[in-house]
Design a protein around this ligand. Structure first.
Ligand code: UDP
Length: 245
């Protein structure tokens, strides 16, 4: 049963449980996609019904963002833990390397996915990269053809939100037997172009602050976080507990 926050249903899973479910999907022969919404995505989904449908239609919806965890607590229906999308990506990449399944890296600026692939291969011995592509393509057809032909069982889709969520929902059945995982800026991190917050900051739930300090231009995006939380508090006061969806 999913936990509803502003109309988006989150799977109450730990990182380990999410990795187990994602790994099983990689091998079950179907087409799947996994989304990693943070408060910004939830907030935008209120206004974009197609985004809400794309997120809720995913095979797994994991809470990426401490604001989502706080919101669930405020609503009286806590989620188990924050599951950072990048950590789920690493767990699934590790599984792919161990199981001999290949991975396609799609997204970010030209050249970034290739460098991310080199770094990931150095970190996960045995990892096979089935292909790489940047995230600024205009036509879907040739990209879908490459994905299918690559035989990849895990596809990292890093096209930025909401494009990646809409894209994965539209093409779930066209990429062959694979799991697509939408993880925004993770490709830049894997390539070494962007640094993730130190572990102590992540543990303290302050990854958002680190990102804000290292990229002050994100303030325009992050200003929505307090608005989101105030609106959740208001909802709790007016309606009581959150829905399970
Ligand atoms: N991006 C892309 N295609 C686009 C728009 C963005 O590949 O049409 C990439 C961009 O280069 C960057 C990532 O998407 O690598 C940023 O995604 P998002 O803003 O969701 O990431 P966040 O920083 O929130 O993790």
């Amino acid at each position: 049963m999913r936990i509803g926050i502003k109309g988006v249903g989150f799977d109450p899973v730990t990182l380990e449980e999410a990795a187990a479910r994602g790994s099983a999907m990689m091998e079950d022969g179907g087409g799947h996609y996994v989304v990693t919404p943070n408060p910004e995505i939830v907030w935008l989904a209120r206004k974009l019904p197609e985004l809400k449908a794309a997120v809720n239609g995913a095979d797994l919806v994991i809470p990426d963002g401490i604001g989502v965890i706080y919101a669930a607590r405020i609503l009286g229906t806590p989620l188990k833990e924050r599951v950072p999308g990048i950590e789920l990506a690493e767990a699934l990449i590790a599984h792919a390397a161990a199981a001999g399944l290949s991975v396609f890296l799609l997204g970010a600026k030209p050249g970034v996915a290739e460098r991310a692939g080199e770094n990931l291969c150095a970190k996960y011995p045995g990892l096979r990269i089935a292909g790489c592509g940047d995230g600024y393509f205009k036509e879907d057809g040739p990209v879908l053809e490459r994905l299918r032909a690559s035989g990849a069982r895990l596809i990292l889709v890093c096209l930025g939100f909401p494009r990646q969520e809409l894209w994965m929902a539209a093409h779930r059945d066209e990429v062959g037997p694979a799991v697509m995982l939408g993880v925004g800026g993770s490709m830049d991190v894997f390539a070494g172009d962007v640094k993730r917050a130190p572990e102590a900051w992540c543990r303290a739930g302050l990854e958002w602050l680190y990102r804000l300090l290292s990229q002050p231009s994100r303030i325009k995006r992050m200003i929505k976080l307090p608005v989101f939380l105030v609106s959740v508090v208001w909802e709790r006061i007016v309606h009581g507990k959150a829905d399970r969806v």
